[in-house]
Design a protein around this ligand. Structure first.
Ligand code: HEC
Length: 106
């Protein structure tokens, strides 16, 4: 009993000693977080920014191959259904329209 308490205390001390070192290491990494200031621009971009940048950067979208409207619709619905993205029904079509125009370069 006494021994196991001692071991647990030792574990806690070790964790405290390691935690700051960890934090330092993490803050020096170059992570691509959604808080970066890259955003979609142009007509209709506001809806896409608020719908898509909460969880990942726009790179996730920009690195996709050229997709059709129906594939983009399935993709947006996947974000909603599987990842629980809070996107209104009414916003799906304008978002898909924006993404197709974006990939067409217009
Ligand atoms: C609720 C969080 C969330 C929101 C909001 C969100 N996504 Fe995602 N998205 C994810 C997750 C989780 C992944 C999978 C990441 C991974 O595989 O590493 C992902 C991956 C993707 C991918 C890569 C292909 C794939 O299916 O894995 C694309 C493209 C994408 N998202 C587009 C969008 C678009 C467009 C929007 C806005 C309409 C959006 N996402 C909004 C969570 C979200």
């Amino acid at each position: 009993m006494r021994v196991s308490r001692g071991i647990r205390a030792l574990g806690a001390v070790a964790l405290l000693a390691v935690a700051p070192a960890f934090a330092e290491k993490l803050s020096s990494l170059n992570l691509h977080l959604p808080q970066d200031d890259e955003e979609f621009v142009g007509a209709g971009a506001d809806t896409v920014n608020s719908a898509c940048r909460a969880c990942h950067s726009i790179e996730m979208v920009l690195t996709q191959p050229k997709l059709s409207a129906s594939v983009w619709t399935a993709e947006v619905n996947k974000m909603r259904k599987i990842f629980k993205a809070p996107i209104d029904d009414a916003d799906v079509a304008p978002i898909v329209d924006y993404l197709v125009r974006l990939q067409a370069g217009s």
